[in-house]
Design a protein around this ligand. Sequence first.
Ligand SMILES: [Zn+2]
Ligand SMILES: [Zn+2]
Ligand SMILES: [Zn+2]
Length: 239
Amino acid sequence: MGCTCDTCQSDHPYDQRYRSSAIIESDQTTVLIDTGPDLRSQLLRHGTEMLDGIIMTHEHNDHTAGIDDVRPFNFWAKRDIPFYVEQRVLDNLQIRFRYIFEKSYSTAAKLEPHSIVPGESFIINEIEIVPFRVNHGTLPILGYRIGNLAYITDAKTIPPESMKLLEGIDILIVNALEDRNHPTHFSLSEATNLADSLSVKQVYITHMSHRMGRHLDKQKTLPSHITLGYDTLEIEFTA
Ligand SMILES: [Zn+2]
Ligand SMILES: [Zn+2]
Ligand SMILES: [Zn+2]
């Protein structure tokens, strides 16, 4: 807001970025990763009709503030939405969104919390999901592996036990703010170094700052296996 830099002034659709989120879809199942402040616009744009589960990376507002807007899916599914979250994050959300979790307001979003821990997989319908630890500066948060794909956002370092859980992935979605160093997020080179050390075939960068530059200009400077993500990008993978 209020910025006059090249990226913020760009009218190219790839430079119009909502807050980071992703949706995993199979023929039968739809799973949402994070409920940021742009959730309503994102799900309307995507045409999402059902949510079988929500998995959360961490408690920061840019990943949680849209949580109220899952209410229509309670109505369509006639059930509470399974909500997979670390206990610390759940405790935090129960304070900030007390009316949801106390069930004191009958038309609030209805979530069915499941406490998850790194390294212990869980299944939503037929999709197996492996949560793994990543460090967002000093805050321990979660990344997720689904089949040959891993989704990491807001990471700065990856502990060795998580590198083990990531062995054999082909596709990595990973955060990078920009070229410069940052205390709690990967820089672009830190993100691509991670991808190199995992020998992944394709990397998609997410959670970018305007300081990354215009999408088309920056993409030209990168090798072909590194793609800057953009809103509405779809990726096929094997769960
Ligand atoms: Zn800007
Ligand atoms: Zn964060
Ligand atoms: Zn974030």
